[in-house]
Ligand binder design. Structure first.
Ligand code: 5GP
Length: 190
């Protein structure tokens, strides 16, 4: 899209990353209780998990559709995570920011790096687990993934953890309510 078409930006982009099991999704759900906050519904090629809803949690699409959207320039960032493709759609983000909303992205560190490289202004928050043993317990406890997938996610978590220095803020999620208060205050929602 030519840059002349860009909508005016009144809102604020908030990027949240962190290892799976660090509690990002719960924090996002709680942040969304505020009507000023709008969630970025990513497109993904991964299979839908139990309890997920197409169009609410993700747009679940086929790899061919994903590649077509890449060609069309529909994504502001996209990345491969755990063998699946994920991407943030440019248009809904521009529209939410033009409406003055807080646009909340839950994306991995590759995606956050891409947005930073593009010079996208926003608040970049890294959600960290209290420690890796807690992370393992959370991943096993939620029971959504097979043991070898849990191991893969733990390995990725360690790699991701090193990237926290690139973020504006690191929030340690040892106490959900405290982490939530901290993030709300960083965004200016208090
Ligand atoms: P899950 O499959 O567990 O929902 O997500 C796996 C990882 O993909 C998480 O780290 C999540 O933050 C990341 N992710 C979700 N949507 C996007 C996206 O649009 N772009 C990028 N780069 N990562 C995403």
């Amino acid at each position: 899209m030519p840059s002349g078409d860009a909508l005016p930006r009144k809102g604020q982009m908030v990027v949240m990353s962190g290892p799976s099991g660090a509690g990002k999704s719960t924090l996002c759900r709680r942040l969304l209780e505020d009507p000023r906050v709008h969630f970025s519904i990513s497109a993904t090629t991964r299979a839908m998990r139990k309890g997920e809803v197409d169009g609410r949690d993700y747009h679940f699409i086929l790899p061919e559709q994903f590649r077509q959207l890449i060609r069309e320039g529909a994504f502001i960032e996209h990345a491969e995570v755990h063998g699946n493709l994920y991407g943030t759609l440019r248009r809904p983000m521009e529209e939410a920011l033009a409406r003055g909303e807080v646009f909340l992205l839950e994306i991995d560190v590759q995606g956050a790096n891409q947005l930073k490289a593009l010079g996208e202004p926003g608040l970049y928050v890294f959600v960290a687990p209290p420690d890796f043993e807690t992370l393992r317990r959370r991943l096993v406890g939620r029971g959504t993934d097979a043991p070898e997938i849990v191991e893969r996610r733990l390995k990725k978590a360690e790699d991701e953890y090193r990237e926290r220095v690139k973020y504006d803020h690191v929030v340690i999620n040892d106490d959900l309510e405290r982490a939530l208060r901290q993030i709300r205050s960083l965004i200016g929602l208090e």
